[in-house]
Design a protein around this ligand. Structure first.
Ligand code: DGY
Length: 327
């Protein structure tokens, strides 16, 4: 019997491949860091029953419409703003993702980036390696305090809550803005719900953790950066599309905010000539929020489990669009 075809758009951990292999004929884009070209994906999707994807791919309407047999799209990520969910749902295609397993790892990285930006860790590292360290100096590479400062978390989902827990451990005052207030987090961590404008005005650290997509597109623009304090630090480990990067550049350049730590960009990889990369008060990372060995392996396995469930016409353990099961 012919096995259904599965397109795997990147080399993934062996454990995940082993879960898929017994159920499918696999087309693997066998590259570690190079994304599958869109035309290859389009071509390979034509007779595919399932696609195993990641945040670097675009599973748009064109791909979905080109794949008449497609039953399941499984992404090795919690975020799915790179997938046209409406188009998939209209076709009855289940979309799977990996919530929960990356929460603590991403919160760790968010806090690491916050601390690195506040205390100028990357600048200090470069300074020493460039042979510029002449002497201890009273004001050399002085940064901002974390203990006792106010953190404002935009988006208090799982990861936001895990960041709040870390902030509480560091003796920070915690503000948050979210679709819905979270009284249980307020009771546990002393966090306080405020409207976005108040959060921006009062926070020393503004941490963006809202999901990507239409509803949060350019959530942070010139007006929002303009409301922040001049000593404030902006951290983004959510999606680059949530930020107007030109407005962020202007705010950093003219000193209306103090620094930024960015793990995500509007266009990834961020082009080397991007103005933000020219600023000393920007600390950057290559979208590695969830990148611990254990977590990435768990994500890969979870995405494989979602995919195999879809192949077997079972309900995906972690489905983005449960409406596909309503009929
Ligand atoms: C996600 O899971 O959405 C991250 O951005 C990739 O780890």
């Amino acid at each position: 019997m012919n096995q259904p075809k599965v397109v795997v758009t990147r080399r993934i951990p062996l454990q995940a491949m082993e879960l898929i292999r017994p159920h499918a004929t696999i087309f693997l884009w066998d590259k570690e860091e190079e994304p599958i070209p869109q035309n290859v994906l389009l071509q390979e999707a034509r007779d595919a029953v399932a696609i195993y994807t990641n945040v670097a791919d675009k599973i748009d309407r064109e791909i979905i419409e080109a794949a008449p047999q497609l039953k399941v799209v499984s992404t090795m990520a919690v975020g799915y703003d790179n997938i046209d969910i409406a188009a998939a749902t209209a076709r009855g295609i289940a979309v799977g993702h990996t919530p929960g397993v990356l929460t603590e790892t991403t919160a760790d990285l968010t806090f690491a980036l916050l601390m690195a930006t506040a205390r100028r860790v990357a600048e200090g590292h470069d300074f020493v390696k460039a042979g510029k360290w002449a002497s201890w100096a009273p004001m050399l590479l002085t940064g901002q305090d974390i203990y006792g400062a106010t953190i404002g978390i935009i988006g208090l989902g799982r990861i936001g809550e895990a960041v709040a827990r870390r902030a509480a451990g560091f003796g920070m005052n915690i503000l948050y803005y979210n679709r819905n207030p979270r009284p249980e987090v307020e009771a546990e961590l002393g966090a306080r719900y405020v409207e976005l404008e108040a959060l921006l005005r009062q926070s020393d650290y503004v941490v963006l953790l809202a999901p990507g997509g239409g509803g949060t597109y350019r959530l942070m623009g010139a007006r929002e950066f303009g409301l922040m304090k001049p000593n404030a630090i902006f951290i983004n480990t959510s999606r680059g599309t949530n930020v107007d990067e030109t407005a962020l550049y202007d705010a950093l350049k003219n000193g209306s905010i103090w620094a930024a730590g960015l793990d995500v960009f509007d266009v990834e990889p961020v082009p080397l000539h991007h103005p933000l990369l020219s600023l000393p008060n920007v600390t950057v990372l290559p979208h590695i929020g969830s990148a611990s060995i254990a977590t990435r392996t768990r994500m890969a396995v979870m995405a494989a489990q979602n995919l195999v469930a879809g192949l077997m016409d079972e309900v995906l353990p972690h489905v983005v669009n449960p409406q596909v099961y309503e009929k």
